[in-house]
Design a protein around this ligand. Structure first.
Ligand code: HEC
Length: 216
């Protein structure tokens, strides 16, 4: 009903309503009242028109509704942030850009390992990142997407991204080094999961972290 009244009023236009109102003194009060009533109704129940529109949408049988697409995180260069805005876990920083931070931290702090949730971003230095993609993205390496990045005050540039062939700025393949950490640790190396060391002292790693030019 409200929708129809609004449509009618919209088609006529407020000025037509007022013209109508002015052309007959007898109808002035009722038409003006109707306009006021409409305004009041629209303010009191602005969602009424939406509900009306939904009512005419035909019912779709449940079987025909496609399942929602799996969660995924396809990072753009601008999605990477100043390293120290992440949550620090031991030596690395962690984010979950799909709202699963607690779950990600639980895995990071589990003494028995586990798989990080989709949407997790890990970085230990500004120039490298691991991003947890949807199931099947990189089956041999825990569905991680590896990134080699350039960072400057103006922001982040993606040098390369992928699954098995991405190299860091020293020519080392991310996948080769991270594979020995195994699925138990979700291919996260840290210092005790069996990876070849990166050859940077904790002090140097910290210097890179504190020197991230993207940080305010
Ligand atoms: C020479 C082996 C090697 C290469 C090559 C390498 N990493 Fe790592 N990476 C490590 C080790 C070892 C650590 C743990 C360092 C530490 O905690 O002191 C690490 C740590 C990390 C971390 C923090 C989480 C973790 O696993 O401890 C990320 C994220 C990461 N590397 C991403 C990358 C990406 C992306 C590339 C390629 C662009 C890459 N790494 C290349 C060995 C390597």
């Amino acid at each position: 009903m409200l929708t129809h009244l609004i449509t009618f009023r919209g088609a006529l236009g407020l000025s037509s309503l007022l013209t109508l109102a002015c052309s007959s003194t007898a109808s002035l009060a009722p038409v003006a009242d109707a306009a006021t009533a409409l305004d009041t109704a629209a303010v009191l129940a602005p969602e009424a028109a939406v509900i009306d529109a939904a009512a005419v949408t035909p019912d779709v049988p449940a079987a025909d509704v496609p399942p929602p697409p799996p969660e995924d995180l396809d990072m753009a260069a601008t999605d990477f942030a100043c390293l120290t805005t992440g949550t620090k876990v031991r030596r690395f920083f962690l984010w979950n850009r799909l709202g699963h931070l607690d779950e990600a931290l639980a895995v990071a702090n589990s003494p028995t390992g586990g798989a990080y949730p989709v949407g997790t971003v890990l970085q230990i230095i500004p120039f490298e990142a691991m991003v947890k993609r949807k199931a099947g993205f990189n089956p041999t390496l825990g569905d991680w997407e590896f990134f080699s990045l350039n960072v400057a005050k103006e922001g982040t540039t993606i040098v390369s991204r992928g699954t098995t062939d991405v190299q860091n700025q020293f020519g080392g393949k991310c996948a080769e080094c991270h594979l020995p950490a195994t699925a138990k640790w979700d291919f996260v190396c840290e210092t005790t999961h069996g990876c070849k060391p990166i050859g940077a002292s904790p002090e140097l790693i910290e210097a890179f972290q504190n020197g991230d030019p993207r940080c305010p």
